[in-house]
Design a protein around this ligand. Structure first.
Ligand code: GLA
Ligand code: CA
Length: 778
């Protein structure tokens, strides 16, 4: 009897120990690349990952978001590591609080979720400078994302810090990390296998030795930098033809497990451009196609959240900064709400569970509150609250003055009378020019505005102030070398004469709470011009809310010390997400920096966000009413037929042609309907190399679909293969697009990437091309 008791106890004890080990997550496991499948602890496994970004979610909300992903049917979380967030000052690392990514991973493990880590060093992600720290730009000739010794030295130091945080959380050591990414879509940046190999080695040296390392790219370019010893994955968006996307990869590696490492659920928003959405049914059908083929995926974004503070990035060309909301039209909204898209996807994922298994219910959302309009402000005019000046003879960008983000003021007293045109080379990114405190004009880099006609002669002794606000640093392509403020010089051009202005006082106005709260706030009326505003508001209970900024001009908001993000009257984003966990019962403080000035100083907290109210007058489409391109009498440079396929199509002219205006005239398509579409277009110079698209402008497009999505003609050169120009379905062929290349080139041909969609709608068949030195007739 006693023996039996002992046996029962030992057995019970063993079961308990096993249970405890699995609860505390200390059980060691394996994750491997098998034949045609991933293997989790030796068994086939399909990765269903939810991309979420820890800094885009307030830390107290992490768990709720993780549970929402789990209830959606995901088994893994996929996250970037944002270098510039962790090392804001060179050599000073912060992995605490909202930056504690190891805590994020452990929280995921607590809920039975695996983690894929993408530590960069470059991450893109519509994040300031693609995650690279601004202070790298202090080195004048730094070559980012290359084997520049200084850059590589800093990458190594950073990656080792990431290793200290995360290496022990690999599944083999009892954690939940199953894969680690090397670099990010390097194929869209360049061809440099030695660099990508060096990053791989640094990732390994940082301790990521136990789980598969992978590199992700687009199907059109993944072979450019593909390393033999890494797993290759492909990124693409909703609507893509899944078989086409993996075709080449399957040919090259017939036995590799397939994974779409970024399946874009929606898309991000730019200031001054239409709010982006993507159809839910199309997204769900893409995921179904992958599940049916045993393809692993990560849904980018499953929950986008918010790019708080000054962390939003930008695209280029043409320069275009990202909104603070990173809602992304994702299944889980910016504030963590489930959406119809969420439930459509959940229904699908539920169907793919083993018989009898059920998904858990989504967690309860956080309460939402309304806040009475905040109207009682103290004001601190910016010009009356300047910090100490730094003196410099020549203009320099903000990095030179050891400033990373925010606003910078360049001020000089004129040594002689000036008149003509003020030329600023270049404004990064939004400038206001004042003479003795009076506003002369504003310059917007997005519109290529670098010149200001002086209204009259400015007298010797006049104080000239140029206040420049830095928006996000470019996060994609070579222009990530994006210095802020005024990058080169300021000249006055009068007739043929140009005079550089020298001898400046420079004022650094960083976006830190410590800086903006320490102003001399006085009760009073709003000022016409840049100023800080401060108010308090009382709450009986806290909850999430959306601050409506739509009577304010342009700037940033801080609440209880948290930088919420940027606002800009042009939209489409009008509200700022205010997480309730950063509010208090009782008194709260709000600070607003408005560089332009409000029309009304009132901020109500709403129960719903406003993310789609565009108030910019810029035309969305590229054709004026009644305007018709007239090609009669123009010389056809080339006549051809595209093939009906995915991937770039190269066209070489019989002879090179000199010109600046490029017109593609689409005559027919393969579908027999009215639609023409193009994802990307390059014009080739005399050596067959793509010419710079930096100065490109769409002069004309006969038709652009803007009702069902954002399919304007400028999408042919936004460097994104998943965005495209598409004509509306009720205007018939021919369709034309005319591009001003910005400079004259000897054009030898062009290349065209068709839209990579499932039904391949709108692949152009027959076409003619025209190239001219001057614009066409309309
Ligand atoms: C690419 C990048 C991501 C992100 C998406 C667009 O795939 O890898 O970081 O920028 O595009 O949202
Ligand atoms: Ca595009």
């Amino acid at each position: 009897m006693k023996k039996l008791q002992i046996k029962v106890f030992t057995a019970l004890f063993a079961v308990m120990a096993l249970f405890l080990a699995s609860c505390s997550g200390t059980q060691k496991g394996t994750f491997e690349v098998g034949k045609g499948t991933f293997l989790l602890n030796g068994k086939p496994f399909v990765v269903k990952a939810a991309e979420v970004h820890y800094p885009r979610i307030p830390q107290p909300y992490w768990e709720q978001r993780i549970l929402s992903c789990k209830a959606l049917g995901m088994n893994t979380l996929c996250l970037y590591v944002f270098w510039n967030l962790h090392e804001q000052q060179e050599g000073q690392f912060d992995f605490t609080g909202n930056n504690d990514l190891a805590a994020f991973c452990r929280l995921a493990q607590k809920h039975g979720m695996y983690v894929i880590v993408r530590p960069g060093p470059y991450v893109c992600a519509e994040w300031e400078m693609g995650g690279l720290p601004w202070w790298l730009l202090k080195k004048e000739d730094v070559q980012l994302r290359s084997q520049d010794p200084y850059y590589m030295e800093r990458v190594k130091i950073f990656m080792n810090e990431v290793g200290k945080q995360l290496a022990d959380l690999q599944i083999t050591r009892g954690g939940n990390i199953i894969m680690v990414q090397v670099e990010n879509e390097f194929g869209s940046y360049g061809i440099d296998k030695p660099y990508v190999s060096a990053i791989r080695d640094i990732v390994k040296e940082a301790g990521f030795t136990d789980v598969p390392l992978f590199q992700c790219d687009w199907s059109s370019n993944f072979t450019n930098n593909a390393l033999d010893d890494l797993l290759w994955t492909v990124n693409f968006g909703t609507g893509a033809n899944i078989d086409e996307q993996f075709k080449k990869l399957k040919e090259l590696r017939p036995e590799t497990p397939l994974m779409c490492s970024e399946f874009w659920s929606g898309w991000f928003d730019h200031w001054g451009r239409k709010h982006e959405t993507r159809d839910a049914a199309t997204m769900v059908s893409g995921i179904k196609d992958m599940l049916d083929r045993n393809i692993s995926f990560s849904l980018y974004m499953t929950h986008g959240g918010t790019t708080f503070g000054w962390w939003g990035g930008a695209n280029n060309p043409s320069y275009s900064a990202m909104c603070s909301s990173y809602d992304y039209d994702a299944p889980i909204s910016e504030a963590g709400w489930t959406t119809p898209k969420y439930f459509q996807l959940r229904d699908l994922l539920q169907r793919y569970l083993p018989a009898g298994e059920k998904l858990p219910e989504p967690p309860v959302p956080f309460p939402v509150i309304e806040i009475h309009a905040i109207t009682d402000w103290s004001v601190a005019p910016l010009f009356e609250n300047l910090p100490e000046a730094k003196e410099t003879e020549d203009i320099k960008p903000m990095e030179y003055f050891d400033q990373g983000w925010g606003t910078i003021l360049y001020s000089t007293v004129l040594k002689e009378n000036i008149s003509g045109v003020l030329h600023i080379d270049e404004v990064h990114d939004w400038a206001q020019v004042f003479a003795d405190g009076k506003l002369l004009g504003r310059l917007d880099r997005r519109k290529g505005e670098f010149e200001l006609k002086l209204p009259s002669t400015l007298k010797k002794g006049t104080r000239l102030d140029i206040l420049v606000e830095a928006m996000g640093r470019v996060n994609f392509d070579k222009s990530i070398h994006d210095r802020k403020g005024i990058t080169n010089k300021v000249e006055v051009i009068s007739g043929k004469k140009s005079t550089e202005l020298k001898g400046w006082n420079v004022y650094n106005l960083p976006p830190f709470y410590e800086f903006v709260s320490a102003k001399d706030y006085k009760k009073g009326e709003p000022v016409d011009g840049p100023a800080y505003y401060r108010a308090t508001f009382n709450l009986e209970k806290t909850g999430d809310t959306f601050f409506n900024m739509n009577t304010w001009g342009k700037g940033m908001v801080w609440v209880n010390g948290h930088a919420l993000g940027r606002f800009w009257e042009i939209g489409p984003q009008q509200t700022l997400y205010m997480p309730g966990c950063w509010l208090k019962e009782g008194e709260n403080e709000i600070i607003v920096l408005d560089l332009k000035g409000p029309s009304e100083t009132s901020i109500p907290g709403l129960k719903e966000p406003i993310l789609d109210m565009l108030r910019e007058n810029a035309p969305e489409t590229h054709r004026e009413n009644g305007q018709n391109l007239n090609l009669s009498g123009e010389t056809v440079v080339h006549k051809g037929t595209f093939t009906q396929s995915n991937g770039w199509q190269n066209v070489k002219f019989a002879n090179t042609v000199n010109g600046r205006y490029f017109c593609l005239n689409a005559i027919s398509n393969y579908d027999g309907n009215n639609i023409a579409s193009i994802a990307e277009l390059d014009v080739l110079d005399k050596n067959g190399k793509p010419v710079s698209r930096e100065k490109w402008k769409i002069v004309y497009a006969d038709s652009e679909e803007t009702r069902s999505g954002n399919r304007t003609a400028d999408k042919v050169y936004d460097l994104q293969e998943s965005t495209f120009w598409q004509t509306v379905d009720n205007t018939s062929f021919p369709h034309q697009i005319v591009i001003d290349l910005g400079d004259t080139y000897e054009v030898s041909g062009f290349r065209m990437l068709p839209r990579a969609e499932k039904e391949v709608p709108g692949v152009i068949k027959d076409y003619t091309v025209y190239v001219k030195g001057t614009n066409f007739k309309y």
